[in-house]
Design a protein around this ligand. Structure first.
Ligand SMILES: NC(=O)c1ccc[n+]([C@@H]2O[C@H](COP(=O)([O-])OP(=O)(O)OC[C@H]3O[C@@H](n4cnc5c(N)ncnc54)[C@H](OP(=O)(O)O)[C@@H]3O)[C@@H](O)[C@H]2O)c1
Length: 242
């Protein structure tokens, strides 16, 4: 897919991987609608991108709030036009320190699912029909190795990411032939606020920089042959084309 001129919605774009994706896609000429709950950090990302000549707009909102989804999508479309690329990147770990599954409150599990699974699903329901009608679009679900590995204490988060992976595969199967590609991408471990909250004593020097991961995800979005619909891709294993 040609990224130049595409309308792009990125959730969780105020820091970490979401911010890096916003900066990388803006540099490619995309028009961005950037979503996060806190307006201040989002405004900083928008200002940085605009100062470099990019096109970005802030859409403050909580993707776990079902009453906010139509406003978020509508505002995004009003600001950047039709959304050709939707990146579901915002996510929560649930309460930290992470706890054993049997010590996890049912309400906390439900809240993690609302942010990591149901909210992205609601947004896709709003956006993907128009993509299919236009015969083009890419939906990216940012996953995790916790979707595959049964790490103790990562139960709520891991279950949400595993469910999102499968949702991604089923959407891809149902949208086959429409021109809409649906991907799940495990970014690998990155030096971000989320990683620090989960593993405070990690060696930060051993973690990937979000910008390096974003560069790989941009290539996945562009390259339908190497990143076909329904694929689950692991960013550190993705070879960057020159
Ligand atoms: N970091 C890692 O090592 C790692 C590893 C594997 C997978 N991942 C995945 O990679 C993605 C990005 O992670 P990250 O480490 O960059 O996270 P991060 O630094 O914690 O950033 C999370 C972003 O999501 C936003 N957000 C959180 N809840 C939201 C909500 N309910 N509605 C709207 N926005 C919300 C946050 O802004 P507000 O707080 O202002 O809303 C922030 O912009 C996530 O899907 C994560 O699961 C990360």
């Amino acid at each position: 897919m040609d990224i130049q001129g595409q309308g792009v919605l990125i959730t969780g774009a105020s820091r970490g991987l979401g911010r890096a994706l916003a900066e990388a896609l803006a540099a490619e000429g995309a028009r961005l609608a950037l979503v996060a709950r806190e307006a201040g950090p989002l405004a900083d990302v928008v200002a940085t991108i605009r100062a470099r000549g990019g096109a970005a707009h802030a859409v403050a909102g909580d993707i776990s709030d079902k009453h906010a989804i139509h406003r978020i999508a509508g505002q995004a479309q009003g600001l950047v036009g039709e959304i050709g690329i939707a990146i579901h990147n915002a996510s929560t770990l649930g309460p930290t320190p992470l706890r054993l599954l049997l010590d996890t409150e049912c309400e906390d599990l439900a809240a993690v699912l609302e942010t990591n699974l149901v909210g992205p699903f609601r947004l896709t329901k709003v956006l993907a029909g128009a993509m299919a009608l236009r015969g083009a679009g890419v939906v990216v679900h940012v996953s995790s190795d916790a979707a595959v590995e049964p790490y103790p204490r990562w139960g709520a988060y891991g279950a949400s990411k595993a469910a999102q992976d499968h949702l991604s595969r089923i959407l891809a199967a149902e949208l086959a032939g429409t021109g809409v590609r649906v991907l799940a991408v495990d970014p690998g471990e990155m030096d971000t606020v989320m990683h620090a909250a989960a593993i405070p004593d990690a060696d930060r020097a051993a973690l990937q920089r979000p910008a390096d991961v974003a560069a790989r995800i941009v290539q996945m979005i562009r390259d339908a042959a190497r990143a076909p619909s329904g694929a689950r891709l692991v960013a550190p294993a993705w070879e960057l084309a020159p």
